[in-house]
Design a binder for this molecule. Structure first.
Ligand code: AMP
Length: 361
């Protein structure tokens, strides 16, 4: 049994965005110090952390020095290059483990992994060559969505295909990158579950939440989800099954589609804190960020139950300009990420509006 990191220990985080920033604040609350590794000198997480390295993720020497300076390494962003991870894994524990990270870096590997473990996804097929295009469309049917296998987020690298003849053009538009074609799911509701797994193998999940996307970017999260209790149970079981199958220590976000007949399919997984868990900062005694740090530091997991219902709304681009109104609104908890430049589609902050706890879930 690994002993927990003592207060004062160093947690290294690859990635310097808002997820790293909120994780570093949670780590500080538990007495830990964070060292952020990111190529961006002005990264939001660096503003609130005790140490920072500014270097490309491919810089193996900088990564080695970073690994020597910390007691454990984690990440708030999945796409850390393999060579970098291999170089640091010799020096310092990496949590979640690198193999679990690999699964979530590539949509084809991720979907194969899920299906191999009996977990349903939208019908899908890999697209690695022009020859794959027509056979993939036969398998998924149309409409479908062509998604790059790697490096996609917030709808980037995704093209909708309405007609079998459009697929070649869609693949050209993503530069013929390795991709997956996914059948379009006529879902009733999008939900997600955030599950933590501790170093002792214990798992704890937050209540499933309803997610609404706008322009492929998360717009609102409502906690708890409005889906029926049996679907809530099913969703939590699916998330726990995946985190155990991955042998992952840390946090796993599982995005799911709920179909009209009650079937639950997994859309994607992310082995880190997730935007759909931001409400836990204000709606739970132990937020997803504290739970993440607890798992990574080898502490026992905390109680994920909520004390309030919550609706989280992302503040995208110029929407964050409303901060002065939000900050005086009763029951509204404002979080701004300290990003210097506002751009359309950029997540600048979020607001969580609390209401009294409903129901027993
Ligand atoms: P993703 O980047 O895969 O999470 O996709 C972003 C959003 O696009 C999802 O949250 C859904 O709203 C929508 N979407 C993605 N894949 C599908 C699908 N196969 N069927 C229907 N909607 C989808």
């Amino acid at each position: 049994m690994t002993t927990p990191l003592p207060p004062g220990a160093w947690i290294g985080i690859f990635g310097g965005g808002q997820l790293g920033r909120m994780a570093a604040v949670a780590a500080a609350q538990l007495g830990y110090k964070c060292h952020i590794f990111s190529p961006d000198a002005d990264a939001p997480a660096k503003e609130v952390s005790a140490a920072a390295t500014t270097a490309p993720y491919e810089d193996i020497n900088a990564a080695r020095a970073f690994a020597h300076a910390v007691d454990v390494v984690t990440f708030e962003f999945e796409n850390v290059p393999d060579d970098t991870l291999a170089a640091i894994s010799e020096t310092v524990p990496v949590r979640p483990r690198v193999d679990a990270l690999h699964v979530s870096q590539d949509r084809a590997i991720e979907k194969s992994f899920l299906n191999d473990h009996g977990i349903g996804t939208a019908p899908w097929a890999p697209v690695n060559s022009a020859d794959d295009l027509s056979s993939a469309a036969i398998l998924t049917g149309v409409p479908a969505i062509l998604k790059t296998a790697r490096f996609g987020y917030d709808g980037k690298g995704q093209v909708r295909v309405d007609n079998g003849n459009d697929i070649a053009a869609a693949w050209d538009s993503i530069d013929n990158a390795p991709a997956v074609l996914e059948g379009f799911v006529d879902f009733e509701q999008e939900i997600s579950v955030i599950v933590a797994r501790g170093i002792d193998g214990a798992t704890q999940s937050y209540v499933p939440v309803d997610n609404v996307h706008r322009d492929h970017i998360l717009f609102t999260t409502t906690a708890p989800s409005t889906v029926a209790d049996d679907i809530t149970d099913k969703a939590r079981h699916i998330a726990a099954d995946i985190v155990i199958a991955l042998d992952l220590v840390g946090l796993l976000a599982v995005e799911m589609f709920v179909l009209r007949d009650g079937e639950v399919l997994v859309n994607e997984i992310a082995p880190r804190p997730h935007n759909s868990g931001h409400w836990t900062l204000d709606g739970c005694a132990i937020s997803q960020f504290e739970q993440f740090i607890r798992a990574v530091a080898g502490l026992p997991l905390g109680d994920p139950s909520r004390h309030s219902d919550a609706v989280m709304t992302n503040l995208i681009g110029g929407e964050a300009d409303a901060w002065a109104d939000i900050v005086v609104e009763a029951g509204a908890c404002l979080h701004l990420y300290g990003k210097a430049e506002s751009r359309p589609g950029r997540k600048m902050g979020h607001v969580t509006r609390l209401s009294p706890l409903s129901g027993s879930r």
